[in-house]
Design a binder for this molecule. Structure first.
Ligand code: ATP
Length: 235
């Protein structure tokens, strides 16, 4: 479980997060939604130690994450798949996965086997440069590179960005299955609210750095005001 309490983050005069509080339970998907500039990316970067907060606490089970270095937070079991996926295009699929395993010091052969079993298309393309993959395949590679480290929590930043609706639907189904089969704590940042809400257990809606809703995904999905004013969902 990840528990965020009273979290505030600033970039100089810009307050990106204000007093943000929510819980992301183990084995469930928590969607973090909101328009451009709402603070979604900043929230994930703060959880994984890439940005220091000015106040508040972040707990991964019994461990406080605030003021730890990103590599120590990763070692405690937080995997971060950044916006834009962060895979290295000049490296092959397997070299990208090796990098993920090396940082986490896990058994490489076992880790690769597990990921190729989970994502067969990556096994088929193991010797191809990552730059040659489709957007959906690159997103799978980014997730596999995080999963090879055997995290207990997975932070996903806009996984559907730039993907066609059908590919997005398949990817969301994969995220749902991964969460259930690995008992992961998933925090799913998305601008594509309807796709994220379909697979999430609960949702946190941010607006200008503040939480404007924190409820079951079904409740958020059916709230006309949230849909219209904060989620850009018409109808
Ligand atoms: P998007 O979907 O566009 O990425 P977001 O919800 O992820 O939006 P953030 O990127 O977290 O939002 O930005 C939140 C606020 O913090 C915005 O006002 C943004 O301009 C500001 N901000 C983010 N990163 C920086 C930075 N490195 N320097 C200065 N301001 C920043």
């Amino acid at each position: 479980m990840i528990k965020v309490q009273g979290l505030s983050v600033s970039f100089g005069a810009v307050q990106a997060l204000r007093d943000v509080t929510f819980e992301a339970p183990t084995g469930q998907i928590t969607a973090v939604l909101g328009s451009n500039g709402a603070g979604k990316t900043t929230l994930l970067r703060t959880i994984s130690g890439l940005k220091a907060p000015v106040g508040g606490t972040i707990m991964l089970n019994d461990h406080s994450l605030v003021r730890l270095r990103p590599e120590d937070i990763a070692r405690l079991g937080v995997g971060h798949v950044p916006e834009g996926r962060g895979v290295i295009g000049e490296f092959t699929v397997e070299e990208n996965l090796r990098l993920g395993a090396m940082m986490a010091k896990v058994n490489l052969r076992e880790g690769l086997e597990e990921q190729y079993e989970c994502f067969p298309v990556l096994g088929e393309r193991r010797r191809q440069h990552a730059a040659k993959l489709s957007g959906g395949e690159r997103q799978m590679l980014a997730m596999a590179r995080a999963l090879i480290a055997k995290p207990s929590a997975l932070l996903l930043d806009e996984p559907s960005l730039g993907l066609a609706p059908l590919v997005t639907a398949q990817l969301m189904q994969t995220i749902h299955e991964l969460c259930a089969s690995n008992n992961l704590t998933v925090i799913l940042v998305e601008q594509n609210a309807s796709s994220a809400l379909r697979i999430s257990d609960q949702a946190v809606v941010l607006h200008l750095g503040s939480v404007v809703a924190n409820d079951a995904a079904g409740v958020v999905a059916n709230d006309v005001n949230l849909r219209q004013y904060y989620l850009g969902m018409v109808g």
